[in-house]
Design a protein around this ligand. Structure first.
Ligand SMILES: O=C(O)CCC(=O)C(=O)O
Ligand SMILES: [Fe+2]
Length: 689
């Protein structure tokens, strides 16, 4: 990387350096094909690279495709720079519009003023023609001007935001120039490479690696050859610096605030009190980083018998771990029995049978669905309860390992199986689950992961608790941000829990399941109380006619409306709109579906097109736990069925059962003879929940 430390710490390629472990060893950092070389290739400019035709992906088996030559991207990259300039100019002009209006009004007022002072206007003169008041107009005008400057400063974010995205690429222009200088040097155009390097140095004048590069270019081009930065970049930097100076002056003296979009703003421009805050933020970030390192030296796990099979280091990444023996063979069998019912329920993926690949069928079961099935007598209570317990056990393990002392809440849990569709496996080249990150939208070309909807941005940790290994394929793998370089693989097996932080540091995917059925409990956790699956009273319903985002409680990240077509049959409702921070994600803005009946806070965005009862967002886990409690209370009552059904109690996992609704009397269906006492050995000594 040619960029220096201040930028480096914000750049994904350097993030592991910040965490204390260099991503690449120095020997790997040079020469074509080196890690550094590849990293450069994938930098910001790749938005414009034509890589889609030549990019392989994990699972790709054809040898016919061309290797990539990303430095061919110089031309689109240069074009990109031109387009960028135009967009920024347009944006700046738009910022000036309100100022022009005010200035025009002012000019009209000023024209009527006599050339000398001391003019006393008559009281009936309109305010804007009161020349004696003109000095007082200056203050609002200055405030207005500062707004214009701030607006212009934000223009860089507009050009750095890809179409369809909400968040901008950090340090966009300097990164672009950095890539461009590299690409030019690769194609042997040292003059333009040097020009780009000089332009880059306008942003980061003390950047050591780039200064080094400049020296090399000068030597290659001859000391007499003049190397200057691009004029457009010179103007841009000069003007931007001037704007920043004025804005920061206003911040210091007029109580303005400013969210500087640039990382390159020189330190000396920033007022002392802001610097102080900046330093404190950095300190905090450093402390958090250290905390992560510190946490690598973990304390004892909250359960006996569990082993850490692989840690982050062994998995070539950060915040990754594999635990074994989280479940016993018999527990896996019990849970697998539950998955049979999941096959019919088709829940968990919102009833989509093949959300990721047509070559596999996905069958899922949420904790609530499992409890409801148990209530109906379709599955065993103990199996449904085990699902709740296993997910809580995993939560405790993950919390104690990654975030001791900081509560992790459930965000979403489902038991999910992927079954290879017979006759559909021949020549298959896709994945069971494409490479993704769990809390952001992975953009491998841009080397970014966008933390914005529809990603589940509030997820902090992910866990997958595997139940079996009698299938072909189906390994979990981690990659770099490019989504192709595999850094670690995990083979599922009963009782194995893989856990990792849900962010961009952990892109992952699942190899195709080419034979059999692979089952696991997928778990996501959050630090945010707001998004916790189990917070009682969080979900709410209202009939108060919320119709715009302004009416929605600020603590809600998402808001959904349930509505019915005026002509729809009574009770047939569907989710008609979902809002996220003022933006509509789903459904029409106004009009034909406008008959909203109920609105409510969502803990996660609901993806389109499902029909449901009135409260689809009511928290699964709360309800599941309530059902469980209800069930336990029923059994505690004299005459409760804990005195019945000993046959079930004594049945072992190895004796297959076919739970059948028809075989049970109706009253027993509600309370099959299982209670907490019946499974003291299912989870071991310290397994209190
Ligand atoms: O099942 C697995 O191993 C991973 C699944 C996964 O990554 C996901 O559901 O987000
Ligand atoms: Fe995932």
């Amino acid at each position: 990387m040619s960029r220096g430390a201040p930028v480096c710490q914000h750049h994904p390629a350097c993030s592991s350096e910040v965490l204390g472990r260099p991503l690449v060893s120095p020997t790997l950092m040079e020469g074509p094909g080196s890690v550094l070389h590849r990293k450069h290739m994938r930098l910001v400019c790749s938005t414009m690279m034509q890589m889609s035709t030549c990019r392989p992906w994990p699972g790709w088996r054809s040898h016919s495709q061309r290797p990539c030559q990303p430095w061919k991207s110089v031309v689109p990259c240069v074009k990109g720079l031109g387009r960028m300039r135009m967009r920024r100019r347009k944006c700046s002009l738009a910022c000036m519009k309100p100022l022009q209006v005010v200035l025009e009004a002012w000019r009209i007022g000023w024209e009527g003023c006599p050339p000398h002072t001391g003019h006393i206007p008559s009281p009936s003169t309109p305010v804007w023609k009161r020349c004696d008041l003109l000095p007082f107009l200056l203050l609002p005008l200055a405030a207005h001007y500062i707004q214009v400057l701030k607006c212009r400063q934000q223009c860089v974010l507009e050009i750095a935001t890809k179409p369809g995205r909400i968040s901008a690429t950090e340090d966009f222009i300097p990164s672009h120039l950095d890539l461009l200088q590299f690409a030019y040097s690769q194609v042997g155009n040292q003059t333009l490479a040097a020009e780009c390097a000089a332009s880059y140095l306008l942003f980061y004048p003390t950047d050591e690696p780039m200064l080094e590069k400049m020296k090399e270019y000068r030597t290659e081009l001859g000391e007499d050859t003049a190397v200057t930065a691009r004029q457009s970049i010179q103007h841009y930097v000069q003007r931007s610096l001037m704007e920043k100076k004025l804005i920061y002056y206003a911040v210091e003296h007029l109580g303005e605030t400013f969210n500087d979009p640039d990382l390159w703003t020189p330190d000396e421009l920033i007022p002392e009190n802001l610097k102080q805050k900046h330093r404190e933020d950095q300190e905090k970030q450093k402390r958090e980083t250290l905390d992560v390192e510190e946490r690598e030296k973990r304390g004892p796990l909250p359960f006996e018998g569990i082993v850490v099979t692989m840690d982050s280091q062994q998995m070539n990444g950060t915040q990754r771990v594999v635990f074994d023996r989280v479940l016993t063979e018999s527990e896996c069998k019990d849970l697998l029995r539950l998955t049979k019912a999941a096959g019919e329920a088709g829940d968990g993926y919102r009833a989509r049978r093949s959300p990721h690949t047509p070559h596999e069928r996905f069958e899922g079961l949420t904790v609530l669905k499992a409890m409801q099935l148990a209530q109906n007598g379709d599955v065993e209570w103990r199996d449904a309860k085990l699902l709740l317990q296993a997910s809580e056990k995993s939560r405790k393990i993950i919390e104690s390992y990654f975030t001791p002392g900081k509560k992790l809440h459930f965000s979403f849990t489902h038991l999910v199986c992927r079954r290879a569709v017979d006759g559909e496996q021949e020549g298959r080249m896709d994945l069971s689950h494409p490479v993704h990150a769990d809390n952001c939208l992975l953009d491998p070309e841009g080397q970014e992961c966008w933390k914005e909807p529809p990603a589940y941005v509030y997820r902090d940790y992910s866990g997958i608790l595997y139940l079996n290994d009698d299938f072909q394929g189906g390994g979990l793998f981690f990659t770099e941000m490019d989504s192709v370089t595999v850094t670690a693989e995990v083979r599922p097996k009963c009782g194995r829990l893989v856990a990792f932080s849900s962010g961009k540091e952990n892109p992952h995917g699942v190899w195709a399941v080419s034979r059999g059925r692979r089952c696991a409990i997928a778990l996501w956790y959050t630090h945010s109380q707001e998004h916790a699956e189990q917070v009682k009273g969080h979900a709410e319903e209202t009939n108060t006619g919320v119709s715009t985002w302004d009416h929605i409680p600020p603590r809600c990240s998402f808001w959904a409306f349930l509505g019915a077509r005026p002509s729809a049959a009574a009770g047939s409702c569907r989710l008609t709109r979902v809002w996220w921070r003022g933006q509509r994600l789903l459904g029409p803005a106004q009009g034909d579906w406008a008959l909203e009946r109920v609105g409510g806070c969502l803990s996660r965005p609901q993806q389109g097109g499902f029909t449901s009862s009135l409260s689809p967002w009511l928290q699964d886990r709360v309800k599941a736990e309530e059902l469980m409690e209800q069930r336990a209370a029923e059994q505690d009552q004299p005459g409760g069925d804990k005195h019945q059904g000993t046959d079930r109690r004594s049945r072992s996992s190895s004796a297959p059962r076919a739970p059948s609704r028809a075989s049970k009397p109706a009253e027993q269906r509600q309370k099959p003879g299982v209670d907490r006492e019946q499974h003291p050995t299912v989870l071991r000594a310290r397994d209190e929940f």
